[in-house]
Design a protein around this ligand. Structure first.
Ligand SMILES: [Zn+2]
Ligand SMILES: [Zn+2]
Ligand SMILES: [Zn+2]
Ligand SMILES: [Zn+2]
Length: 347
């Protein structure tokens, strides 16, 4: 087969969607290492190659004409080599996805090559194939649909959401218009469906400015951990997730948070220790000798406060959850001890 005269971006998009389905990708960041492992492709670092052949990394870069990586096809399987001495993990992830792109686009088979080198193809032919796989890499690592759907237009958001390098993020933003020319309705539908949980979580993520708790909720007015109403959209750098008990979607504990009894199927109270096993808003009043839950909001297993009205939760009132400042202090002390142990001078 002859190298095409221009990059086949339509074919790239078909392979991007194939990739998401075959590799069962539902979340970001995408991990190229596990994709390589699952496909049983070979993987070797420039450092390992340098060690085996007793040469310098610069010799490998010169011999293979690539600073970042290359792929070899032996007629049955692929082996990807990459420069592990590059300090940016985002750049390494892009390189690996670029090489996976060569495999998904069938370049080495269709153009009968064991390796694609600058010197074995004319510069323009080489460029065409490289453009195809760079498109593959950016659309797999940070799909145009997701970028547009979440209205990500800041560089830093892309770096954080998809763990790509800052230059890959600029490149991603610049190529949006180009990529949308090849994104047809079925592809858009497929990707929006494939990543619906990721999109939901990102749209509804909130962070508390008081205790730093980060959580996903559509309509919370109050922080479930500290009960304050200083919530912001999105997630900051110093986010924390406070601990709690495991509950189902109805706030019902799976095992008793007090005595660890595992038989909680009957009733709302633990038959062993008597604790109330549903975490919800604790505001109630007695009405005709029966409890009437005023607010009734069902809460997550780590909620100390009601997200609707700010009242204490049933678990917090029963003493099953630590106050947020206690947990925060404990974690800081643990972290301090861990750092001290690492930096400690041995006797
Ligand atoms: Zn390449
Ligand atoms: Zn809070
Ligand atoms: Zn119990
Ligand atoms: Zn409430």
């Amino acid at each position: 087969m002859k190298v095409p005269i221009r990059a086949r971006y339509d074919k790239v998009m078909i392979n991007v969607n194939k990739f998401f389905i075959n590799e069962k990708i539902f979340d970001f960041p995408v991990d190229p290492f596990s994709v390589i492992k699952n496909n049983k492709w070979g993987l070797i670092t420039y450092s390992e190659l340098a060690e085996i052949h007793q040469i310098d990394i610069s010799d490998i870069i010169r011999a293979y004409q690539s600073e970042d990586g290359y792929t070899i096809y032996d007629g049955t399987n692929y082996t990807i080599a990459y420069n592990d001495t590059i300090s940016s993990s985002g750049r390494i992830r892009f390189t690996l996805m670029h090489e996976i792109g060569h495999i998904y686009m069938n370049h080495l088979v269709d153009f009968e090559a064991t390796i694609l080198k600058r010197s074995t193809l004319t510069e323009s032919k080489y460029r065409i194939l490289e453009n195809e796989v760079n498109s593959f890499a950016r659309n797999v690592l940070a799909p145009a649909i997701i970028v547009r759907n979440l209205q990500l237009n800041k560089h830093n958001d892309l770096v954080r959401y998809f763990r790509i390098s800052s230059s890959a993020a600029s490149f991603r933003l610049r190529a949006l218009k180009l990529d949308f020319q090849y994104l047809f309705t079925p592809f858009i539908k497929l990707q929006l469906n494939q990543f619906k949980d990721f999109i939901y979580n990102k749209i509804n993520s909130k962070q508390c400015l008081n205790c730093n708790h980060s959580f996903v909720h559509e309509i919370a007015n109050f922080c479930p951990v500290c009960g304050q109403d200083q919530l912001i959209r999105g997630e900051g750098d110093n986010k924390m997730i406070y601990s709690g008990c495991e509950v189902d979607e109805y706030g019902r504990a799976k095992i008793c948070p007090r005595c660890e009894n595992e038989q909680l199927e009957n009733g709302d109270y633990c038959k062993i220790c008597g604790v109330y096993t549903i975490n919800k808003c604790g505001s109630y009043e007695w009405y005709n000798n029966e409890i009437s839950w005023e607010c009734g909001t069902i809460l997550d297993g780590n909620a100390r406060f009601c997200t609707t009205c700010g009242h204490k939760s049933t678990f917090f009132e029963s003493g099953l959850l630590d106050s947020w400042d206690v947990e925060k202090r404990e974690r800081e002390e643990e972290e301090h001890h861990r750092l001290m142990a690492n930096d400690g001078v041995p006797f």
